[in-house]
Design a protein around this ligand. Structure first.
Ligand SMILES: *[C@@H]1O[C@H](CO)[C@@H](O)[C@H](O)[C@H]1NC(C)=O
Length: 269
């Protein structure tokens, strides 16, 4: 799925989170609370250039561009020290290509190479300069889905947990970010829904948006524009686009990627 097509400005209304099961009073209260939360996030990155956290975030950006050269940072990077092979998937949470890519390649490969790779899940989007937000191809709901997945990654860094959770959401990507789906997947993967919610709403959503902005910056710095792009050892390994594998000179099968990882791992060790 390419990034070149126009990004929608976001949906006019607030994302709807219809309850999945019977509507008990408790459930209704939770749903209302969630809507408020989503509303906050939505407002934050859609239309709030004068948000009180604006200056804070702007300051943060300035602090992120010090004179320290990239190479210095690279030298102390733990993945290099430990000899783990960097593997990365760049996705959009509501993209069907992400589903195929995670299900058919990334997850089965991770099952076989868990102790040899340092896996990172990154997101594709466009930072918006006027409000410190991010524009997502499938609108505000996708941005929120991306933030929830980034929160899961930061709270549960073990890929067995957060990748399982992300796969669970992605299988049902059309319903991202409905509360029922997130709750079900959290339960299935032993993720604390309240912690996720806390992360996604921290500082009125500025915290999660900051993570999403760093993630989309990381993606564009890598020259990646398509969901899903798999990068191995910091180079593009394979792209899943429009239901097909593309740009996969070393093969798009699970075995091809496992072999490539093992080669790199033994070279590093
Ligand atoms: C894994 O890679 C990320 C960058 O994607 C880096 O920030 C992190 O320190 C690495 N972790 C380990 C344990 O190698």
């Amino acid at each position: 799925m390419g990034m070149d097509e126009k990004y929608p400005a976001g949906n006019p209304g607030m994302p709807l989170i219809p309850p999945r099961r019977g509507l008990s009073p408790g459930r209704f209260l939770l749903a209302v609370a969630y809507l408020v939360v989503v509303g906050f996030i939505y407002c934050f990155f859609q239309q709030n250039p004068n948000h009180p956290l604006h200056s804070h975030t702007a300051h943060h950006h300035a602090a992120q561009q010090p004179s320290a050269p990239e190479t210095v940072i690279k030298m102390v990077e733990p993945s290099v020290r430990r000899g783990l092979v960097p593997l990365e998937a760049h996705i959009m949470s509501k993209c069907p290509d992400a589903k195929d890519c995670l299900r058919d390649l990334v997850l089965p490969v991770m099952q076989k190479t868990l102790d040899k790779v340092n896996f990172t899940l990154s997101f594709i989007g466009r930072p918006t300069e006027h409000d410190d937000g991010v524009a997502c191809k499938h609108g505000a709901e996708e941005c929120l889905g991306n933030i929830i997945e980034l929160c899961a990654q930061s709270l549960y860094p073990d890929p067995k947990t957060y990748l399982g959770f992300v796969m669970c959401l992605t299988k049902d990507y059309r319903h991202i970010p409905q509360r029922g789906l997130i709750e079900d997947c959290a339960l299935e993967h032993a993720i604390d829904f309240d912690k996720l919610n806390e992360c996604a709403t921290k500082d009125d959503g500025a915290y999660g948006m900051g993570m999403l902005r760093s993630s989309v910056r990381r993606t564009s710095a890598a020259g990646v524009t398509k969901s899903c792009t798999v990068r191995l050892n910091e180079e593009i390994y394979c792209v899943r686009d429009n239901g097909q594998w593309k740009e996969c000179p070393h093969g798009s099968s699970v075995n091809d990627l496992v072999i490539a990882i093992e080669k790199l791992y033994h070279r590093r060790a």
